[in-house]
Design a protein around this ligand. Structure first.
Ligand SMILES: Cc1cc2nc3c(=O)[nH]c(=O)nc-3n(C[C@H](O)[C@H](O)[C@H](O)COP(=O)(O)OP(=O)(O)OC[C@H]3O[C@@H](n4cnc5c(N)ncnc54)[C@H](O)[C@@H]3O)c2cc1C
Length: 374
């Protein structure tokens, strides 16, 4: 990573080198000189390095679904000039997704299908037997109904972030790590950004600080918005005694209390917890891991003897679970890109396109995701 010089001048400074900051900086670098400032010693140390790395169009709500779909072209065919010497990068691999309904949930599965099939034409109902062919460890007496969508993909997050960083470099921009923003001063139509590496200067700040977005707003002297970081826990359990398990789709319960998928060196399990917390270096609580294990053993025939690895990350939500985008109502040269909840990786190219189009070309964004709604 380059070293910042005191009073180095940029068009735009992006605060936070998670997937949000790196993606938007990549897109903005097509028309501006951009620096990304990251407090940690490496990009994606927080949420962006702790995700399940899934691309799912039937996720959260139709607006999030639209932003996810908008990034499809990028995921399937990233810009050649951002792909290194070969000119090619594989960012997504098909894995498919199962939605499993337990006792008493068969009608709710029909509601789920009615809700998502218009947006996800590949989503179909399958029989419990077909579902158990795909994942044989599911208990027959638990599984009542199921749906399958072959269009779910696993994202290679490391490669995705590499591609965005190549975009930043190609545009003459920089990513500075160990570079916490400690103070923001607006003076003479420029931002002075105090960091341990010196003072940087920019015309525009993009606030992509994830769970810390409101802390950055406070430094800039503008009002906080209602954003809540929520802890989510994940664990890896030992592999299943069947080599085919590595090709299993992700399975999530319709009741949203468990998902699991193959992840080296075993299976990743997640209790789909959402515990409000302060912005912090999140860590897993024993109870949440135990809940995931209990739920997994309740619906499968696979005993869990031990947990190999566990972690937690923060998913930061606005009340309506939509992203928060746009120029601050009080500070016109302070731009928000926050609140990406559990979909920040899969929406990153879609949102980066929206934000860069507004900043570089004055193309207005959808008012539904605007910071102005608060
Ligand atoms: C268990 C789990 C599973 C998930 N699964 C998925 C999934 O399958 N698909 C999906 O799309 N999303 C998923 N997500 C959500 C996704 O990870 C987040 O939406 C996304 O990573 C948010 O990115 P971000 O860049 O906003 O935040 P972050 O990655 O947290 O980046 C913000 C950065 O800002 C930096 N920062 C803060 N304050 C300062 C400062 N003062 N100075 C400098 N830098 C600062 C932080 O250090 C941090 O690196 C999951 C999340 C979790 C926890």
């Amino acid at each position: 990573m380059s070293v910042a010089n005191t009073h180095t001048k940029y068009d735009i400074i992006v605060i936070g080198a998670g997937v949000a900051g790196l993606s938007v900086a990549g897109f903005l670098s097509r028309g501006a000189k951009v620096a990304v400032l990251e407090r940690e010693s490496q990009p994606a140390y927080h949420s962006s390095g702790r995700s399940a790395a899934m691309f799912i169009e039937s996720y959260e709500n139709p607006i999030v679904s639209g932003l996810t779909s908008a990034g499809k072209v990028f995921f399937f065919s990233p810009p050649q000039e951002w792909c290194g010497e070969t000119g090619q990068s594989t960012l997504v691999t098909p894995c498919g997704g199962l939605t499993a309904a337990g006792p008493g949930e068969a009608n709710a599965l029909q509601d789920y299908l009615r809700r998502w099939q218009p947006l996800c034409p590949d989503l179909v109902e399958i029989s419990p037997a077909q579902c158990r062919e795909k994942i044989p460890i599911l208990k027959a007496n638990w599984l009542q109904a199921a749906a399958y969508d072959p269009s779910w993909h696993a994202i290679d997050v490391h490669e995705l972030l590499t591609v965005y960083q190549r975009g930043i470099k190609a545009g003459g921009g920089h990513v500075f790590t160990n570079c916490a923003v400690n103070k923001l001063t607006y003076n003479n139509r420029s931002w002075l950004v105090d960091t341990p590496r010196g003072v940087l200067v920019a015309n525009l700040i993009v606030n992509a600080a994830g769970a810390w977005a409101n802390r950055i707003a406070a430094l800039a002297g503008t009002a906080e918005i209602p954003l809540t970081p929520m802890r989510r826990t994940a664990a890896i359990i030992p592999p299943v005694d069947d080599p085919a398990y590595q090709q299993w789709p992700l399975l999530h319960t319709l009741s949203e209390d468990l998902y699991f998928k193959p992840e080296s060196p075993g299976l990743m399990i997640c209790p789909q917890d959402e515990t409000p917390t302060e912005p912090m270096d999140a860590y897993p609580m024993e109870l949440d891991v135990a809940v995931a294990v209990a739920r997994f053993t309740e619906i499968t025939n696979h005993p869990v003897q031990r947990v190999l690895h566990q972690w937690a990350g923060l998913r930061t939500f606005a009340r309506d679970r939509l992203p928060v985008v746009g120029f601050d109502p009080a500070l016109s040269n302070f731009y928000w890109l926050a609140g990406q909840g559990g979909y920040g990786v899969q929406t990153s190219p879609g949102l980066a396109e929206v934000v860069s189009a507004e900043i570089l070309n004055h193309t207005p964004h959808d008012p539904a995701i605007s910071v102005q709604r608060f």
